[in-house]
Ligand binder design. Sequence first.
Ligand code: ATP
Length: 286
Amino acid sequence: MTVYCLGSINADHVYSVPHLPAPGETLAATALSQGLGGKGANQSVAAARAGARVVHVGAVGADGAWAVEQLAAFGVETSHVARVGHPTGHAIINVAPDGENSIVILPGANARQDTGRIAAVLAEAGPDDTLLLQNETSHQSEAAALAAEHGLRVVYSAAPFEIGALSAVLPHVSLLVLNAVEAGQMGAALGPVEGPEIIVTDGARGARWRFGGQTLSVPAFPVMPVDTTGAGDCFIGSLVGALDRRLSRADALRYAAAAAALQVTRPGTADAMPARAEVEAFLARA
Ligand code: ATP
């Protein structure tokens, strides 16, 4: 049982700024923190911390060796992360004192996936396995179609939301995960979506899972959040990790909500993903 994650690997540069820059303005930042980011990397780390075997499928440039080392240090298998002749993806994240942010992303190597490479990885996969993907790499629909052909569960995190990307993968998706805003955008563009099971997360209001005419709901666990960045990635990676361990839908949903509740009480994204033992101890106390 393996989770294959076709996902972005980014260098995040987070600048604290006195206010978000206006057009034409030059602004001095007051602090900088840098580290591993990207929805793909975050979700891979969360799934590995939840106890799954995770094989990350992705690409970095010549400047990305440190990111691959960090992924490996979190327990993610990285032998299918290619080195390509484009810079590693990166994000410039400006954060104002009120928490408002603005983000510029260079997809770089994330947009340089390769069908042959993806096919070679998925050739070793089967119906016990999962393909997890997000909208931050190229080749999403090719990978989803191949995975569905091999009988894998295909889990799609429709973020950043883009209707064209979603429509292309949708026929191959078994489980679609969106936040409430993205679910609203999908509904406005496509109307009711039949086919995949759908999970909608809604921050401190919890999450709900719709499948086969039924709906399961989980409230968010009451915690004091310090940084909610990456809550969605933590929820999805943890959920996939829990499903990979054959937990029921209800137990996997509860596990993911507990993991995300712990994650928002810590600063950071990948660094803040809780380990399985921590989540189980939290659930035992809840
Ligand atoms: P982000 O873009 O910040 O990564 P998101 O919008 O994709 O997040 P959310 O719906 O905000 O995802 O959060 C995902 C899950 O994390 C929620 O369904 C909930 O279980 C948990 N969560 C988020 N915020 C909180 C909170 N303040 N307290 C407890 N749990 C939370």
